[in-house]
Design a protein around this ligand. Structure first.
Ligand code: TYM
Length: 343
């Protein structure tokens, strides 16, 4: 059965949206609006899988929403909402809990990283996190999911869950006229020169919200001075930039900065090396500061302005939630019928 193409993705409101979130995900969200119907979600239910402060969570939900809009997402043409306002996410996650296998979840590397050594003390929610993520996508029967490289394994799990549901209930699904499968197998969209942006302090570590050093990342809320300082202090090596891609092998910090430049400029790493190869890092960094400030400066300013307008942001999320629910509710009703619930 052919599914109508629909894009879904989510971002956690856990503070410090950074250049990795922007280049790995949000830039793609903006681009896909031209060709697809899109649903973008502030995944607040995922944000409580680790200890949190309620006042910070409310502020972060508004800040991520403001960031979406400041980066160019149109909440009128598309849907922007926060997950907890659409109860069908949690409802489908429960059904999926009974479809997914322990063995599948035990393989999830992100749980291992986040739980650390004290796994016994991690929340059940943190362990179950990828199942809720599958429900986020599939409650809309979404077909395409733009994400950074770190979410690839979770997307594979979502496909496994969709496939198993379709197989387990094939007869019931066909009897209700849904052809061979009720859920599409969602396709990850992981493309471009910055699918995994690394820390500015250590090219072997992912840029992340939780890194103790603020110098490891450029936050979307950073002003021009902060951006310039962080780029200037970014770790590099003593060699000049190579002229060809192969020259970036075993030079993770240089490769990261070249990838960031390419993604911010909408070009390829090859092109960046053609323009800057053979030159000193100081020159390249100066150009990167100018580019980053030109691209990110206005976003940070707009984000601050919008985050402060609670009435506007809250109205966007309410409206988006109503429209999201209108798609999710009939899908959830069909799932209930397929699995044999009376509704
Ligand atoms: P989150 O909030 O950690 O990150 C949001 C998006 O940013 C991408 N990203 C990066 N991309 C490149 N380089 C980096 N250093 C980097 N850091 C983060 C992430 O890949 C992601 O696309 N589980 C998801 C949220 C989620 C979701 C979903 C996504 C919940 N439900 C359904 C897609 C579909 C997460 O924690 O993203």
């Amino acid at each position: 059965m052919a599914f109508k193409e629909l894009v879904f993705s989510g971002v956690q409101p856990t503070g410090n949206l950074h250049l990795g979130n922007y280049l790995g995900a949000i830039v793609k969200f903006v681009e896909l609006q031209k060709s697809h119907q899109c649903i973008y979600c502030v995944v607040d239910m995922h944000a409580i899988t680790q200890p949190h402060n309620p006042a910070d969570l409310v502020a972060n939900i508004r800040e991520v929403t403001a960031a979406f809009i400041a980066c160019g997402i149109d909440p009128k043409q598309h849907i922007v909402f926060n997950q907890s306002q659409v109860a069908e996410h949690a409802e489908l996650a429960w059904v999926f809990n009974c479809v997914a296998r322990m063995g599948w979840l035990n393989r999830m590397t992100q749980f291992k990283e986040k739980a650390g050594k004290d796994r016994e003390n991690a929340s059940i929610g943190l362990y179950d996190y990828p199942v809720l993520m599958a429900a986020d996508i599939l409650v809309y029967r979404a077909t395409h999911v733009p994400v950074g490289e770190d979410q690839k394994q979770h997307l594979e799990l979502a496909r496994d869950i969709a496939q198993k549901f379709n197989n387990d209930f094939a007869e019931s699904i066909a009897a209700r006229g849904f052809g061979e499968g009720f859920f599409p197998l969602p396709e990850p969209l992981i493309q471009g020169p910055a699918t995994r942006v690394m820390s500015l302090r250590d090219g072997s570590k992912k840029m992340s919200k939780s890194d103790a050093s603020d110098y490891s990342r450029i936050n979307l809320s950073d002003d021009a001075d902060a951006i310039a300082q962080k780029v200037r202090k970014a770790k590099t090596d003593p060699e000049p930039l190579p002229s060809e891609l192969a020259g970036l092998d075993k030079r993770p910090e240089a490769a990261n900065l070249v990838g960031i430049f390419a993604a911010l400029n909408g070009t390829s790493k090859d092109q960046v090396l053609t323009d800057f190869g053979g030159g000193q890092f100081s020159q390249f960094k100066a150009a990167l500061v100018d580019l980053a400030v030109a691209k990110l400066g206005p976003i940070g300013a707009e984000m601050k302005k919008l985050s402060a307008d609670h009435a506007y942001i809250d109205a966007v999320l309410r409206d988006g939630s109503d429209r999201a629910r209108a798609i999710a509710a009939p899908n959830m009703k069909a799932v209930k019928e397929i699995i044999g619930f009376l509704s």
